[in-house]
Each structure stands twice: as C-alpha cells, then as structure tokens.
Design a protein around this ligand. Structure first.
Ligand code: FAD
Ligand code: AMP
Length: 479
C-alpha cells in the first residue's frame, strides 16, 4: 500500500464512499479510511446508512408491514389467513443478510474503481496529512493532496435516559430486539422514532411515543403533518405531544419512564425504551489542533456552499456538515467535491433535496412548506388531491392521505410538493425532477400520466393548483 494519495476520504458512509468512487472514476488516486468494526472485529464499509440506518430500518419496515398485512389486512381482499405468526430471529436474519450484501458490495465497488480501503481511525493533521490509528494501536501517516472528511453522525444521548443497550436502547439497539416487546416506549417523534416505533407496533407491541414539542413533525407541511399524525395514531401509535421525558430507570426487566406535560408529571412502565432524540456530528479525535478546520458550536464542521472547510484542500460532506442528515444529501455533496477536486464545474442545489419518512403510508416532501411560504411572504397557489379519489389507491386498498402541490402565484413555478400516502417517496421524486428543470404546475398538468397509477394524484394536484382537477370538485374552479 502506497501512503501518498490525491484524495484521502475519512469515513465510508454514503457521503464518503460515493466521494471516493467518483474521485477514482475521475482518475484520482484515492484511499478511504474507515474505523467501523463489527462485533466479530471485521471491518465494515457503508457507514450508518448501510450498517445501522437506512437499509436495515427499511428491511424491518418491509417485513413488519408484510406481517401486519398477513395478520390483519388481507381479509378485505377475501384472503383468509388462519393465523399469522412472526419469527423475529428470521426477520432479523433477513435484514442482516441484506446489510452484509450491501456492505460487501462497497468493497467490490472500491475494488472495481481502484479505491484503496484503509482500516483504522483517521485524524486530520496540518500539512496535507492524515494520521491513521489501527484497532491494535499502530500509528502511521498518510500524505493527502486533498482530504474529504465524511465521518457522519452518532445518536444523541440525553442524561434522563442513559443507554444501557439492554432495556434502554438507541436506534441501533432497536434494530436488534430478539422478541417483540409487549410495551415499547419511544422518546422522540422524529423520523427515526416514528419509523422504528412503526416497526414494532406492526409486530404487535403497544407503542407510546413521547415527544417534547407541541407540534408534530414541524419540518413538514403543517397540513401533511396533521394528516400524518391522524393516520399513524389510527394505526395504534400512541403519540403524546408536549411530553418531555425527565427520567428513565431500568430495573429487572422493565423501564420506568417519567415525563412531564401540560397536566403535570406522569409515569409509564415499558419493556423496552428507544431513545430517538436526534443525531450529532462524529468528531471525536478527528482534528489536530492546528488542522485549520473549524466547527460550529454544535460540532458541525464549518463549510461553504461547495463543502470547502476553512483549510485549503480539506472538504467535509454528509452528516458532519450543516443541512439535513440524509444519505442522499451527503452522496451528492460527495460527488460535487470529487468533481471540483478533479477540476470540473460542479455545484449542488440544496432547494430540491427530498426527504422521506418511511412509515406506512410514507410521508415525503420537497421544497417549501406552506408555512415557510407564508413566513417568507411569498405569494403562492396550492392544489391538493386526496388518495381517496384515486382509482389506483382504492384498487390497492391504500387510499389514505393526499398530494399537495405549491406553486408561485405569478410564475406558476413549483415551489414545493408534500405527500402523505402510498409510495409518497416515489411520487415526490417525480416533482423533484420537475423542479430541477424549473417546471410549473401547468407543465405537470400538461404531462400525460399512465392510468391507473398513483402518480395520477400528482397530476391532479398540479391541475388543482389552477382549479382544473378532474376527479375532485375544485375549490376555485377556473376556466
Ligand atoms: P455515516 O453514514 O454516519 O458514515 C460515517 C462513517 O465514518 C462511519 O462508517 C464511521 O465509522 C466513519 N468514521 C467516523 N469517524 C471516523 C474516523 N475518525 N476515522 C475513520 N472512520 C471514521 N437517511 C436517509 O436518507 N434515508 C433513510 O431512510 C434513513 N434512515 C435512517 C434510519 C436510521 C435508523 C438512522 C440511524 C439513520 C437513517 N438515515 C436515513 C440517515 C443516514 O443514515 C445518514 O444521513 C447517513 O448515513 C450519513 O452519511 P455519512 O456518510 O455522512 O455518515
Ligand atoms: P429528530 O431530531 O427528527 O430525530 O427528532 C428527535 C425528537 O426528539 C425531537 O422532536 C425532539 O423534540 C425530541 N426530544 C428530545 N429530547 C426529548 C425529551 N427529553 N423528551 C421527549 N422528546 C424529546
């Protein structure tokens, strides 16, 4: 192994491995440093996303959805299932197999593209150097013309609920329950809390979600958030807003949780407790004092729009920098940085990053919410189409929710699209593409959509912006 590279990437999550591959594709000599070791001490590429994030959570969401369908939803189709039972170890084994396949796939991609994986912990030193420390404590130095920091994030811990990895777990532990807890507490009604709460709720757990804020999903469009809460509560998730957890004591085989809300102090006993109160940047032992790289007060590495840090030739991408903590956001930053290092013109459009909550139905969004447009004083028009009026949604027995499209009042340019409903992620993605091309709601209205598809709801919401929807009465019919 040579110890001098054009680019050294620290971290092999979706931000880091994508940056490394793209840089290698562009002819640069690239190494990617990764410290992640599994319980058997084997190196793992892929970061949070592949090992304990996006992929394993989606595997369990899908399995638990299948179980829930078999146990209680197929009757409507005339299919009688005598009794559906769940084999939790088999469900977890399926998830682990997918994780193994994908993390191994990154090793294959590195090989195919000529990226050198380097096992160990990386530290940025001054003067184009990365210090490498192996698990055994051996220290060496790699020379790097350019350094890309992609060290990601870790779960936030809160003093009232210390993780014991047995009864009180973070998102990683919640992917590993060996049996379905009868009563499950979740602290935090954010993306991760709702997804993991949904998994175990569908498997039969009684789930209580405690959320300190009064407003549900404040980053989502307020109308979509309200509808989502109604749907998820209808599925049995007991979501308690304004509930701030003040203590969690594990004893024997139960956790006693105390929380306060507008009515005073309360106590609940759970078999397991998931702490899902957010994630923080991973910067431990990452930067030498004279590296020249700076962080903000919350530990995010300070970068400009091009992910350049304050130090020349040192970049940072993904969860470690400002912006939404989403795998695809980090990947696109990784591509941008790799291309800029290779001398290409590249920039990133932060206005069109989609975000998705993979509950059932999914909740997805791109662009501005209605409350943001109001706050910014932007004149807008909106069109809403409920899935209850979609032939395809009824045919697949999945007709809760709606598509909401927001467009500029004057230019008609699409400003945002918000969906709670079946395949919301894929529906919003269509609008992401349209927005990238600067489309108007009329452009989508003039596009031919296959029938019967869920996508027709996007078409109808676009038509509804100007009062032309066909399959619902229009609020403001126009000629
Ligand atoms: P990470 O994926 O965190 O990777 C960072 C890597 O750097 C790690 O492998 C770490 O070991 C390594 N590292 C750190 N420090 C060092 C060092 N000093 N030396 C060497 N290596 C180091 N996002 C989505 O977009 N969609 C989803 O559906 C989704 N679901 C999620 C579900 C869960 C349960 C969780 C926890 C997260 C989910 N996310 C999802 C968020 C997503 O996983 C992150 O946004 C994404 O992984 C961030 O990518 P990253 O490359 O910046 O960092
Ligand atoms: P996210 O950052 O989207 O994963 O969401 C985490 C959620 O946890 C936020 O909505 C926080 O308000 C919530 N939260 C943080 N601390 C507490 C607490 N002590 N009790 C209840 N909810 C909390």
């Amino acid at each position: 192994m040579s110890d001098s590279y054009d680019v050294v990437v620290i971290g092999s999550g979706p931000a880091g491995y994508v940056a490394a591959i793209r840089a290698a594709q562009l002819g640069l000599k690239v190494a990617c440093v990764e410290k992640w070791l599994d319980s058997a001490g084997k190196s793992r590429l892929g970061g949070t996303c592949l090992n304990v994030g996006c992929i394993p959570s989606k595997a369990l969401l899908h399995s638990s959805h299948k179980f829930h369908e078999a146990a209680s939803e197929l009757g409507v189709h005339g299919i009688e299932v005598a009794s559906a039972s769940l084999n939790v170890p088999a469900m977890l084994a399926r998830k682990d197999k997918i994780v193994d396949q994908l993390t191994g796939g990154i090793t294959g991609l590195f090989k195919a593209n000529g990226v050198t994986p380097v096992i160990g912990s990386g530290k940025v030193l001054a003067g184009h150097k990365v210090e490498l420390t192996t698990a055994e404590g051996d220290v060496s130095v790699i020379e790097a013309a350019n350094i890309i920091i992609a060290t990601g994030s870790v779960p936030v811990e809160i003093p009232p609920a210390p993780i014991d990895n047995n009864l009180i777990v973070d998102s990683t532990g919640a992917l590993e329950f060996q049996s379905v807890p009868a009563r499950l507490g979740v602290i935090g009604a954010g993306v991760i809390g709702l997804e993991l709460g949904s998994v175990w709720n569908r498997c039969g757990a009684e789930v209580v979600v405690l959320e300190a804020l009064d407003e549900f999903l404040p980053m989502m469009d307020v109308q979509i958030a309200r509808e989502s809460k109604k749907i998820l509560s209808g599925q049995g998730l007991d979501i308690r807003m304004g509930a701030r957890v003040t203590g969690a004591v594990a004893g024997g085989d139960a956790v006693t949780v105390t929380y306060t809300d507008g009515d005073g102090e309360h106590e609940e006993v759970f078999d397991k407790l998931i702490v899902a109160v957010g994630r923080r940047p991973q910067t431990e032992n990452l930067l030498a004092g004279d590296s020249g790289v700076t962080m903000d007060e919350r530990g995010f590495i300070f970068v400009n729009d091009f992910c350049e840090t304050e130090a020349p030739c040192i970049y940072a991408v993904g969860d470690i920098v400002r912006g939404p903590m989403l795998a695809h956001k980090g990947s696109e930053e990784g591509v941008m940085v790799a291309e800029r290092i290779a001398g290409k013109h590249a920039e990133m459009n932060y206005e069109t990053i989609p975000s998705v909550i993979y509950t059932h139905p999914e909740i997805a969004a791109v662009g501005k919410t209605e409350q943001e447009l109001k706050a910014e004083g932007i004149e807008y028009k909106s069109g809403v189409f409920p899935f209850a009026a979609s032939g395809r949604a009824l045919a697949i027995n999945d007709s809760q929710g709606m598509v909401k499209m927001l467009a500029d009042a004057e230019s008609d340019r699409i400003l945002g699209c918000h969906v709670v409903g079946p395949n919301a992620a894929d529906l919003v993605q269509q609008v992401v593409i349209a927005m990238e091309f600067g489309a108007s709601s009329e452009d989508i209205g003039l596009t031919v959509f296959a029938h019967p598809t869920l996508s027709e709801a996007v078409h109808e919401a676009a038509l509804a912006v100007d009062g032309h929807a066909i399959h619902i009465p229009n609020r403001r019919p126009r000629k």
